[in-house]
Design a binder for this molecule. Sequence first.
Ligand code: FE2
Ligand code: FE2
Length: 228
Amino acid sequence: MLIRDLQRRAVDEIKRHALVMSLGSPRAQAHILTEYLWSEEGAETAALHRTSTSTTPAWVDKLAANQLADEQRHASLLRDRLVALGARTDRQPPGLMKAKLWWVERVTAPYMNAFEAGPVVVLMAIAAQLEGTGVRMFGRHLAVLEEMAADDPTTATLREILGDEKRHAKSCAAAVDRLVREEERPKLEELREKIARIDRAFGVTISVVFWCVIASYATRDRLRGGAL
Ligand SMILES: [Fe+2]
Ligand SMILES: [Fe+2]
């Protein structure tokens, strides 16, 4: 088995265990939804916000605008759930999340002018990778909820979000394919691998931190009896 498969399996197992632990703990659930909110308002939108330039094709502008509108709707669905759980909606993302985006930006900077179509190729490749990560993140949580808490209001919210994220991941990847020229494909593969490597490198650390935070909230809720 390749290291990348091991990394992915480790992230899946650690996060799945934390998600099961979060059931029945309002604090743990609120923390998870807050992380999703950070992702909707940060990782999923950072690259898309920068795609619009004077040379960006109109169809990419339209795709980015539609997708940003979806992300905004996701953020408001998550805010609604947080309010329903009695949790705050103004917490700021931790350094680890910002560090990942900083590394992605740094590693992709040399490619900004490497493609005929311009920086939009790089930004859409980043968006495609992060949307794919979002699909795995929401899919993993939804699978746990469908099995163990199908009637929970969060389950309906995540069903709705996951459907959109699958569409986003596909359309960003298709946009990149459409933007690059045939002779640029090897360079694109190199770029994709570099972005994916950062995503994987942070994945295990982020999931261990996630497990520790969820375990601590779930334990506190068990000892104190629930309310936030
Ligand atoms: Fe989203
Ligand atoms: Fe998305």
